[in-house]
Design a protein around this ligand. Structure first.
Ligand code: MN
Length: 232
């Protein structure tokens, strides 16, 4: 190692904060957890068996969450996929949370897109290697403004939709989740202590597909602000 290496603190972002809908409050992102294969039809399109294989978790770095209207096409892929998802923002710490109390830990909701380098993921699956570079790259977690849970109410039967250049790609309903929101929170809290600032991406319905530079993406969930971005 050279002796002149230095720490460039001007580019060190200690906390990634995302906006709430009121335009005032910011939500500091602590961690991002994602549920894999939580809608049966998507599990089947990924080659899984929803009757036999339960959903599972993976994660992305906190700074992958982005509210930029311009999302860069990432390097090292020729197959960038969209996965539209309901995002839950946790508001307080908890471990071993019972299903019956789990919804009390939700501070807010948002619409998110779990961007995926599908070619890297397929290669990792074949080789039995980690998914990190398929899922956890820069700008891989676009999210809308957050809305307090008290303003959303019941989130268990919301239409979820994504269009690319005006053409519908995915359409479903949060009622189609295999693990519902309370079960996701309870299950995850038995693996890690949940903290305020944790974002949970709750899985995607079927119809995932490729994005290209120049695509205009619109992700929508009833009761929540639109998420719009252009792939640049
Ligand atoms: Mn996903």
């Amino acid at each position: 190692m050279g002796s002149d290496a230095h720490l460039s603190v001007t580019h060190l972002v200690l906390t990634n904060k995302i906006r709430m809908r009121d335009g005032q409050r910011l939500y500091p992102v602590h961690r991002i957890y994602c549920v894999g294969q939580n809608y049966a039809a998507h599990t089947r399109e990924m080659g899984g068996r929803p009757d036999r294989d339960p959903p599972f978790f993976f994660s992305k770095p906190a700074d992958a969450a982005s509210q930029s209207s311009a999302i860069p096409y990432p390097p090292a892929t020729a197959e960038l996929h969209h996965e539209v998802e309901l995002v839950v923002a946790i508001g307080q710490s908890g471990e071993n949370i019972p299903v019956s109390e789990a919804l009390d830990y939700i501070y807010a909701y948002a619409v998110g897109v779990d961007l995926t380098r599908r070619d890297i993921q397929n290669q990792a699956k074949k080789q039995g290697r980690p998914w990190d570079m398929a899922k956890g790259f820069d700008y891989s977690a676009p999210v809308s403004e957050l809305v307090p849970a008290s303003e959303v109410g019941d989130a268990s039967h919301l239409g979820i939709n994504i269009t690319v250049n005006g053409h519908q790609r995915q359409h479903g309903n949060t009622s189609q989740m295999i693990w519902n929101l309370a079960e996701i929170i309870s299950t995850l809290s038995k693996l890690v202590t949940l903290r305020a600032g944790d974002l949970l991406f709750t899985g995607t319905p079927e119809g995932v597909g490729a994005l290209a530079k120049g695509d205009e993406v619109l992700a929508e969930i009833a009761k929540l602000p639109e998420l719009r971005f252009k792939v640049v």
